[in-house]
Design a protein around this ligand. Structure first.
Ligand code: ADP
Ligand code: MG
Length: 672
């Protein structure tokens, strides 16, 4: 006792006085429970012995009050517990109004965790009630007062006293004098506590044992042997008889409680103990709910305040797992060695489109400026300096939502298309509006392509875009096909265009290759279109969402997780399925193919010299994410790749992050 200095008296329970005390050396505040031995020859009281035994078997659980030390004192001994600020009885008593559902849920969850833990260890508390559920300064609920707890033998062969549990929380089998019972008595008490939290006052406040049974019967109805056959064998069943009463629906007893809360309450407050839902089962059910995952997210990342996630298909659970995984991987990866990651500050709202407008990406040495354009959900176009991590310019709010963004790094232009088909060309360095014209109505679904010299789809000559004269529309032509979903230029030809479209007759996806030529005539510039190859994609293939070309003959398609290579005549060269998550970006040049996935893992493929098949080289970086998408390789340097990802935080907000991967390093000691 000398190690402690008593600060005051906290309470006096049935079995001893409780003091607040401070450990002299460590300054730690504890609760000391003095247990007196009235007559020495009795030895240590059973109650206290049980308490110690139960607590020691329980060891450490965050929802069971921690027993720090036990030492003899005078004619008794002292238990030292972690100090708790309050208890649930006090919380209910002092609450101005009934607890809000979130509070009830949170207390119930903590209680269930603690109870499930005890039961898993064959410990039945036998005295669960609000006064024995202590609340820490940080709001944690912990089960205390194991004075009546017993370590139960699972075979149920032993007899126990029925004089357990404080009356209001005493299970019906105990009220009928059962000597054989189990965890069910705690589950009944959990039901009573839940009812009390919802009600603001005890559900069954009996003034004596008989009246207690009356209170229960008034709500649950008289127990019938059909519902509860074992009741017939209970010692006191025939000693008392009550007049037949029908059960009262719980929604009448607790009219303000939610249907879910009442449904749960009804699964605890059942006559047959075996039918009461187990704490572990509720815990499992609760842990499957959105609410739990939301709570976990909020606890871990206080910044995600949304009431609902809008990360595409992501649920709170996925968000939690994803982000935890990201953090784990970030810990494992070697920042500044394997990757550098920067948040680009200042973006408000959601991001709908993103593309690089600079020729170079973020580099390890950070020399060159790297710029991305975004189209935001507030209908603005913005440019961001990836190196500096800040906004460069922002356009005025546009009259209609922007649906498409294409950038022309070499021309330092960004082109947006709005919902109504209005095309605008923006200067990348200062955000000035360079030109604007309307898209013909039938072609609003078309996508533009990055090719400075050539015309871009449907088909504007970019050179004429640059030298746009007022009133005169840019040079354009239409292709003789419809329902185009994607297109790309063959890098080795001046104007070879590969177009993905729906086949005219069957509606099947096809890829057709054209050669385009701009011819000067007397009237102006004419664009001549010539088809050179066409093939149908296998109808088993998911519609590709990325398309690039290599040389003049090879087409690379990405659908979902898969990368597939075809010749322009439709011969399938190879297929790779190396990613765990859908591929979000594809880079193709003369020497390499790179794919990046939503989890920001990277794969590097190398073209072999002899044939057009890429030789697989894996470069799986220790970096993952909760990214909505990761986009836009800029120039892939020999040793680094730069990706800008959008991490969707919650409704309508996103964070831009830029990553630079050291791929040479990664491919050397690749982790797979
Ligand atoms: P009893 O078996 O006599 O009911 P308890 O362990 O429930 O003993 O303690 C009695 C009272 O003392 C509790 O209701 C609570 O108010 C207070 N108390 C018990 N343990 C602590 C603790 N660790 N921290 C703060 N107060 C406590
Ligand atoms: Mg107590």
């Amino acid at each position: 006792m000398d190690q402690y200095c008593i600060l005051g008296r906290i309470g006096e329970g049935a079995h001893g006085i409780v003091f607040k005390a401070k450990h002299v050396e460590t300054g730690e505040i504890v609760a000391l429970k003095k247990v007196a031995l009235r007559r020495l020859e009795d030895g240590i009281p059973n109650q206290a012995l049980r308490e110690i035994k139960a607590l020691q078997e329980i060891e450490d659980n965050q929802h069971v009050v921690q027993l720090k030390a036990v030492f003899p004192h005078g004619a008794g001994f002292v238990l030292a517990f972690e100090f708790m600020l309050s208890d649930l009885a006090e919380v209910v008593r002092h609450a101005q109004r009934p607890l809000v559902p979130a509070q009830v849920k949170s207390y119930l969850q903590m209680l269930l965790k603690g109870v499930a833990f005890c039961h898993a260890n064959n410990i039945v508390h036998r005295d669960l009630k609000p006064a024995n559920l202590l609340i820490s300064a940080s709001g944690q609920l912990k089960i205390a007062d194991f004075g009546l707890a017993r370590v139960f033998s699972p075979d149920g062969s032993r007899l126990y006293t029925h004089q357990v549990a404080t009356r209001w929380y005493r299970a019906p089998e105990l009220l009928y004098g059962a000597r054989q019972y189990d965890q069910g008595v705690d589950l009944w008490a959990v039901g009573c506590i839940l009812g009390e939290l919802l009600n603001g006052s005890p559900l069954f406040p009996g003034e004596n044992d008989i009246e207690q049974l009356c209170c229960v019967l008034r709500i649950l109805g008289t127990p019938s042997p059909q519902v509860w056959p074992e009741v017939l064998e209970l010692p006191d069943y025939n000693k008392i008889s009550f007049k037949e009463q029908a059960p009262v629906p719980l929604e009448e007893v607790l009219p303000d409680a939610s249907p879910q809360a009442l449904a749960l309450l009804g699964r605890f407050l059942l006559y047959p103990p075996r039918r009461r839902i187990s704490a572990a089962q509720v815990w499992n059910e609760v842990s499957r709910t959105k609410e739990l995952w939301r709570q976990l997210c909020l606890r871990r990342w206080s910044s995600c305040k949304a009431s609902q996630m809008t990360l595409g298909t992501q649920t709170w659970k996925q968000y939690y797992l994803c982000r935890a995984e990201l953090e784990f991987r970030m810990e494992c990866g070697r920042p500044e060695k394997d990757f550098i990651c920067r948040a680009i500050a200042g973006h408000k709202g959601g991001i709908d489109e993103l593309a690089y407008v600079s020729n170079s990406g973020c580099r390890f040495d950070g020399q060159e400026k790297s710029v991305v354009c975004t189209v935001s959900s507030d209908s603005t176009v913005r440019a961001w300096d990836v190196q500096e991590g800040a906004e460069i310019w922002s356009s005025p709010v546009q009259p209609a939502a922007l649906v498409n963004l294409v950038t022309f790094p070499r021309l330092q232009l960004a082109v947006t298309v709005d919902k109504l088909g209005l095309i605008k060309v923006w200067k990348a360095e200062n955000g000035r509006e360079w030109a604007s014209f309307s898209l013909p109505a039938h072609s609003s679904a078309l996508q533009a392509c990055d090719r400075p010299e050539g015309p871009f789809l449907l088909v504007f000559c970019t050179r004429s875009l640059l030298a746009l004269v007022e009133e005169e529309p840019p040079v354009s032509t239409t292709l003789p096909i419809w329902r185009i979903s994607r297109a790309c230029w063959a890098p080795d030809e001046t104007a070879r265009l590969m177009v993905m479209h729906r086949n005219h007759d069957s509606g099947q996806l096809a890829i057709t290759t054209y050669e385009l030529e701009a011819k000067q005539s007397q009237e102006g510039v004419d664009v001549v279109v010539q088809q050179i190859a066409s093939f149908l994609l296998p109808d088993t293939m998911t519609p590709p969402h990325l398309m690039k070309a290599r040389g003049s003959q090879v087409i690379l398609l990405v659908s979902g997780l898969e990368l597939v290579l075809f010749t322009i005549q439709g011969l399938q060269l190879a297929a790779f399925q190396d990613h765990q998550k859908p591929i979000s970006a594809l880079w193709v040049d003369e020497s390499r193919v790179l794919t990046a996935s939503f989890d920001l893992s990277l794969r590097v493929y190398v073209w072999s010299k002899e044939n057009p098949l890429p030789v697989l080289k894996s470069c799986y970086h220790l970096l993952g994410g909760s990214h909505r998408w990761a986009s836009g390789f800029t120039h892939v340097e020999s040793d680094s790749v730069s990706i800008v990802g959008v991490e969707a935080r919650n409704i309508g907000t996103s964070i831009l992050r830029s990553y630079c991967f050291n791929i040479r390093h990664g491919s050397d000691d690749c982790v797979n």
